[in-house]
Ligand binder design. Sequence first.
Ligand code: HEC
Ligand code: HEC
Ligand code: HEC
Ligand code: HEC
Length: 170
Amino acid sequence: MKKMSIVMACMLFLVSNVLLAQNKYVGAAKCKMCHMAKGKQYPIWSESNHAKAFANLKGEAALKIGKEKGIANPSADAKCLKCHATAATVDAALNGGITNDEGVGCETCHGPGSNYKAPAIMRNRDACVSNGLILPDEKLCLKCHNSESPTFKGFDFATYNAKITHKNPK
Ligand code: HEC
Ligand code: HEC
Ligand code: HEC
Ligand code: HEC
């Protein structure tokens, strides 16, 4: 009996550690405080259609596309949210504060941030990457920019990336 409970305690300990270590989506507002000035990452993103991707599902163009597909409410339908709102695709256990409103947010492209957002980690690229930071390339974009999108008109990485680029100044 005693042995049993020790085994159980060990298992609980292991499980809780795995859960703590799991990277959670914290939301773009958490990245904002440090990424306003130097490379203007937050302002550039918030002006882009990625930040408006969820809001746009409530607009006339989205309602029209929905109608053709028999979808009455695109902003509540998984078939549209899939590419237009990261929060809707995130497992509840991994949601550390992200909401549909932010559309295609920082963590859609850079990976969930709870483990890498600490300043000491952020300043060290290797530490960032080992804590889950993704430095994305074309492959990631193609997950959404493809012919499954009802409005797809093709995708050229260089051209599209130039429109959303938010590099730090050299
Ligand atoms: C406490 C401040 C802070 C927070 C919060 C923060 N960052 Fe950073 N981040 C930095 C600093 C400092 C760097 C180092 C480079 C620089 O100065 O831009 C950095 C670098 C990065 C890099 C480039 C890494 C590399 O080596 O090329 C990415 C990508 C990034 N952050 C994304 C994010 C995302 C996404 C979030 C929110 C989940 C976030 N950051 C939250 C401070 C922060
Ligand atoms: C496979 C991913 C994906 C799915 C699923 C998807 N979209 Fe999109 N949507 C995109 C992308 C990427 C764009 C940017 C335009 C493009 O295709 O290059 C976009 C753009 C749009 C736009 C703006 C069009 C414009 O001309 O600016 C509307 C409106 C829209 N989508 C509505 C919808 C609706 C409604 C659904 C569900 C029926 C949906 N989308 C499903 C990826 C997707
Ligand atoms: C999770 C899905 C998703 C991913 C990943 C994604 N996009 Fe998008 N992107 C969208 C959607 C959805 C829109 C259209 C939003 C709208 O107009 O409502 C869009 C719009 C855009 C636009 C038009 C922006 C504007 O402000 O007019 C550009 C450019 C773009 N994406 C580039 C990229 C690039 C480059 C990558 C990869 C580094 C990428 N996207 C990754 C979903 C995605
Ligand atoms: C659609 C995908 C996408 C989104 C959304 C996105 N990024 Fe990025 N990010 C990239 C790509 C791709 C790069 C590589 C550099 C480039 O081409 O601009 C990058 C580079 C960076 C860098 C490194 C800049 C440098 O010069 O070292 C930082 C910091 C960063 N992103 C922060 C953010 C923050 C903060 C947000 C949200 C406010 C965000 N990103 C949203 C795709 C994205």
